[in-house]
Ligand binder design. Structure first.
Ligand code: NDP
Ligand code: GDR
Length: 340
C-alpha cells in the first residue's frame, strides 16, 4: 500500500487530495496545526463512521515552523509521497504578516526538503507553487517558460519555495516537482478569498443576513478552475518517470466583476454597474437596490492584474484536462452556499 503525507490537509486542497488518494487505496497521513478551536471541518467527513479512528487516514500534529517535528513524522510514517500544501495562503494578509508568511511558506518548504534528504531521499515531493509567481504581467498566457515577477510577500516566499524545490532536485537528485497552479476554487474555498466571499455574500443578501457585499478590485482577472480537478494534477506529477514542473490552469480568464455577474445571474439577479473606482456600485438592474460596493480596505499595496495560464504541457505530458468549466464552478459554489 502506498503511503502519502500531506501538509495543509485541513485546507481546501488538502481535503480534496486526501479524498483522491484514499479513493486510490493510499494510506494517507495528514499534518494538522494545533489551534484553539477544531480546524478539521473540511476532512471530518472522511473520519465519519470510523469512531474518529480510521487506519488508512491518520492525522498528526505538526507545523512547518517546527523542523524537528517534520523529521520525526517522516521517520515514523515512512511515506513514499509528500505533498506540501501547508502555507499562509492569503495574498492580502501576507502584507500584514510578511515574516510569518516567509517562515512558513518559504523556509517551511526548505525544512521539509531537508527532512526528506535526511530521512529518505527516495520520497517523491510535490510543492504547491502558485501563479502568483508571475505577478507583474510580462507575457500571456503564462507558461513554464514565463519569467517570474512576484508582487506580494506571499509570492516572494513562494518564489523561494519554487527555487529551493528545483535546487534540491538538481543538487540532491530528489524527485521534487512544482505544480504552478492558477486559482482554483470550490464550495470548500476559504471564506475570505474573493469567489467564496461573493457566493456567501450573495446567499446572505438573499436571506437578509447581509446588507451589502463589499469588495476590492473588481477589474482583476483570474484563471479560475475547480480544486477537485487540480488535485488530480498534483498526483499525476508524482507518477511520472522524471520530476518536472507544470502549469495547471484552465486557459480562460475572467474579471472579479464577471464572477459577480454570473453568480448573481444564477440567483435571478441581473447586475448593473454605476460610478467609477472606489465609488463604483453593483445594483440590481430591475429594482435599483445597491448590492455591491467597493472599499479600499480590500485593495492590495501591489496587485496582480491578469493571470491566464497555458496548461499545454500538463495536457500533453500528464494527460490532464480540466473537467469543470468556469460557469459550472460558479453555479456549484452559488448552490452550495444557498444550501441547494
Ligand atoms: P488553504 O488556505 O485552504 O489551506 C492552507 C493549509 O495550510 C491549511 O491546512 C492550514 O492549516 C495549513 N497551514 C497554515 N500554516 C501552517 C503551518 N505553519 N504549518 C503547517 N500547516 C499550515 O489553502 P489551499 O488549500 O487553497 O491551497 C493549498 C496550497 O496551494 C497552499 O500552499 C497555497 O498557497 C497553494 N496554492 C493555492 C492555490 C489556490 O488557488 N487555492 C493556487 C496556487 C497555490 P489551518 O487549517 O490550521 O489554517
Ligand atoms: P488571489 O485570490 O490573491 O488570486 O490568491 P483572492 O481570491 O484573494 O483574490 C483574487 C482577486 O480578487 C481581488 N479582490 C478581492 N480579493 C479578496 N480576497 N477579497 C475581496 O474582497 C476582493 N475584491 C477584489 C483581489 O485583489 C485579487 O486580484 C489565491 C490564493 O489561493 C493564493 O494562495 C494562490 O497562490 C493564488 O490564488 C493563485
Amino acid at each position: 500500500m502506498k503511503k502519502a503525507f500531506i501538509t495543509g490537509v485541513t485546507g481546501q486542497d488538502g481535503s480534496y487530495l486526501a479524498e483522491l488518494l484514499l479513493s486510490k487505496g493510499y494510506e494517507v497521513h495528514g499534518m494538522v496545526r494545533r489551534s484553539s478551536s477544531i480546524n478539521t471541518e473540511r476532512i471530518d467527513h472522511l473520519l465519519e463512521g470510523h469512531s474518529g479512528d480510521r487506519p488508512d487516514f491518520v492525522l498528526h500534529y505538526g507545523d512547518l515552523a517546527d523542523p524537528g517535528g517534520l523529521s520525526r513524522l517522516l521517520h515514523k510514517i515512512e511515506p513514499s509521497e509528500v505533498y506540501n500544501l501547508g502555507a499562509q495562503s492569503h495574498v492580502r494578509v501576507s502584507f500584514d504578516i510578511p515574516e510569518f508568511t516567509a517562515d512558513v511558506d518559504a523556509l517551511g518548504t526548505m525544512r521539509l526538503l531537508e527532512s526528506i534528504r535526511e530521512v529518505n531521499p527516495g520520497i517523491r515531493f510535490y510543492q504547491a507553487s502558485s501563479s502568483e509567481l508571475y505577478g507583474l504581467v510580462q507575457q500571456v498566457p503564462q507558461s513554464e517558460q514565463t519569467s517570474f515577477y512576484p508582487r506580494s510577500p506571499y509570492a516572494v516566499a513562494k518564489l523561494y519555495a519554487y527555487w529551493i524545490t528545483v535546487n534540491y532536485r538538481e543538487a540532491y537528485n530528489l524527485y521534487a516537482c512544482n505544480g504552478i497552479l492558477f486559482n482554483h476554487e470550490s464550495p470548500r474555498r476559504g471564506k475570505n478569498f474573493v469567489t467564496r466571499k461573493i457566493t456567501i455574500g450573495l446567499a446572505n443578501l438573499l436571506n437578509g443576513k447581509q446588507e451589502r457585499l463589499v469588495l476590492g478590485n473588481l477589474d482583476a482577472k483570474r484563471d479560475w478552475g475547480f480544486a477537485g480537478d487540480y488535485v488530480e494534477a498534483m498526483w499525476l506529477m508524482l507518477q511520472q518517470e522524471q520530476p518536472e514542473d507544470y502549469v495547471i490552469a484552465t486557459g480562460e480568464t475572467h474579471t472579479v466583476r464577471e464572477f459577480c455577474e454570473l453568480a448573481f445571474r444564477h440567483a435571478g439577479i441581473t447586475l448593473a454597474w454605476t460610478g467609477e473606482g472606489k465609488d463604483e456600485k453593483g445594483i440590481d438592474a430591475s429594482t435599483g437596490r445597491v448590492l455591491i460596493t467597493v472599499s479600499e480596505q480590500y485593495l492590495r499595496p501591489s496587485e496582480v492584474d491578469l493571470l491566464l495560464g497555458d496548461p499545454a504541457k500538463a495536457r500533453t505530458r500528464l494527460g490532464w484536462e480540466k473537467k469543470v468549466s468556469f460557469k459550472e464552478l460558479v453555479e456549484m459554489m452559488v448552490k452550495s452556499d444557498q444550501g441547494v
